[in-house]
Design a protein around this ligand. Structure first.
Ligand code: NAD
Ligand code: 44H
Length: 412
């Protein structure tokens, strides 16, 4: 389809900060915050205030007022994008957060989906302060998380924290919550010299935002694509890249690999990952009318991004929070339900789900919870409760059988 082809661009241009004429607040100065969203806003001429719970990062931002993005890729490898006009506030300092909210025209987040409810309390206080100060200009709030509808969720949570009709009416009239999808692989990084702010990224980046939900003048941010068909873009990315990524991480972890590229160099894992993306892809093409050949090229490109030899992305980062990833509409189960809807195959996707259920990382709270529930209740019951496939269904039985198979010595 034209609208998809038009945006299949890989790498737009180097990010270079413009002299700021406007201000943005970004919650979460972590990998994607510094490595993509904050950088894009700075390049678009925003002064970017990062809000984070990490004191060392906030102190470094206020000391340096700039940081480097290292490009780790075949294209532009070794190049550095210098990001200027940045500063930081502690997100635990309510007064600073409220002040910043009254000064900006855009708020973005990249904190992880589980943190949005907590952020809503802070943002709602800022919204009340904007109305009390008589600010009439519009504000757009975009949650850049791997969660479909994250901005809408933040909107609902903020509404719960507003009690007066005046504040609710102000929110409705003046604050937009466009949903989005965000894509750039930003792994854990250190160059050993530059301290906590340096970040390493692949060259590819894509930020697609729901046009109709924007309040006020159209956002003009180079590198941000506006669309009227966000669901197709969200599902294309979450049910292809994140599906393959997660399956690669869980199978790799089981076989003792530390990184995504190592894991994908195992031929058996590569086969399952590719077949799972093809199964999901067949359903995506049916649902959204994508051209099958173009979609296969999209999968090829994603596989080459996973293999990027300049990026060492930990399987424990990619596999983090398995209960979130196993939820009914996320990257593992969502494509199975979509394939079922169209009567298509999903055997490899089920293997990916079984591998996620086998993920045992004592440093990951959700992995710990998942494992103790499986021990106490049995895997079939956990599949029913977390994933939603009842114990007497074909899907549940297939997942349990695959789970048991993965527990054997010759598992793959
Ligand atoms: N890294 C990637 O490749 C990538 C790509 C696309 C989307 N994402 C999404 O972006 C989000 C963030 O991922 P990440 O990889 O950047 O994680 P990260 O852990 O590197 O960064 C998250 C940041 O949020 C901060 N934070 C946590 N709680 C906070 C709070 N209450 N207030 C303010 N800051 C808080 C953390 O201190 C950290 O700096 C996730 O939803 C992820 O799915 C990540
Ligand atoms: O961030 P998560 O935990 O939802 O998923 C882990 C990775 O798959 C993810 O961060 C990708 O690197 C990213 O979505 C690429 O755009």
């Amino acid at each position: 389809m034209d609208f998809l082809l038009k945006h299949l661009r890989f790498g737009l241009y180097p990010f270079t900060s413009q002299s700021p004429g406007k201000k943005a607040l970004h919650f979460g100065a972590g990998s994607i915050g510094r490595g993509f969203i904050g950088a894009l806003l700075s390049s678009a001429g925003y002064e970017v205030v990062f809000a984070d719970v990490s004191k060392p990062i906030i102190e470094a931002l206020n000391k340096e007022r700039s940081y480097n993005i290292h490009i780790l890729d075949l294209e532009r490898n070794g190049e550095i994008d210098r990001i200027n006009h940045v500063s930081g506030i502690l997100s635990t300092n309510d007064a600073d957060v409220i002040k910043a909210i009254t000064e900006v025209s855009i708020i973005t987040t990249a904190v992880g989906p589980g943190v949005l409810t907590e952020l809503a309390i802070k943002i709602s206080a800022g919204i009340k302060a904007r109305r009390a100060a008589g600010i009439t200009s519009e504000l757009n709030i975009i949650a850049c998380e791997n969660l479909p509808g994250a901005s809408s969720l933040l909107h609902e949570e903020i509404l719960k924290n507003l009690t007066s009709d005046e504040d609710k009416a102000y929110l409705d009239a003046k604050v937009g919550f466009p949903n989005c999808t965000v894509d750039r692989i930003v792994p854990p990084f250190t160059d050993g010299q530059e301290g906590v702010l340096a970040v390493g990224v692949e060259n590819f980046h894509e930020w697609i935002v729901e046009k109709s939900a924007i309040k006020g003048p159209k956002l003009d941010i180079p590198g941000m694509t506006l669309t009227d068909n966000l669901t197709a873009y969200i599902e294309r990315k979450l049910f292809t890249l994140n599906t393959g990524h997660a399956i690669c991480a869980y199978l790799g972890f089981l076989k003792g690999y530390a990184t995504v590229d190592e894991s994908l160099s195992d031929r058996r894992i590569e086969e399952i990952v590719r077949n799972a993306m093809l199964e999901s892809g067949a359903a995506l093409c049916k649902k959204h009318g994508f051209d099958e050949k173009e979609h296969e090229k999209y999968i090829d490109k994603i596989q080459s991004r996973f293999r990027n030899p300049y990026i060492k992305d930990d399987v424990v980062r990619v596999g983090r929070e398995p209960i979130r990833k196993l939820s009914p509409d996320d990257r593992l189960v969502g494509p199975v339900k979509m394939a079922e809807e169209f009567g298509l195959r999903y055997d490899n996707l089920l293997k990916g789900i079984a591998a996620a259920l086998r993920y045992e990382n004592p440093e990951d709270r959700q992995s710990e919870e998942l494992n103790s529930r499986i021990k106490e209740e049995g895997v079939g019951k956990v599949v029913a409760e977390i994933i939603g496939f009842a114990e007497d269904t074909h899907e549940n039985r297939e997942i349990v059988s695959s789970y048991e198979h993965l527990g054997m010595k010759e598992r793959l």
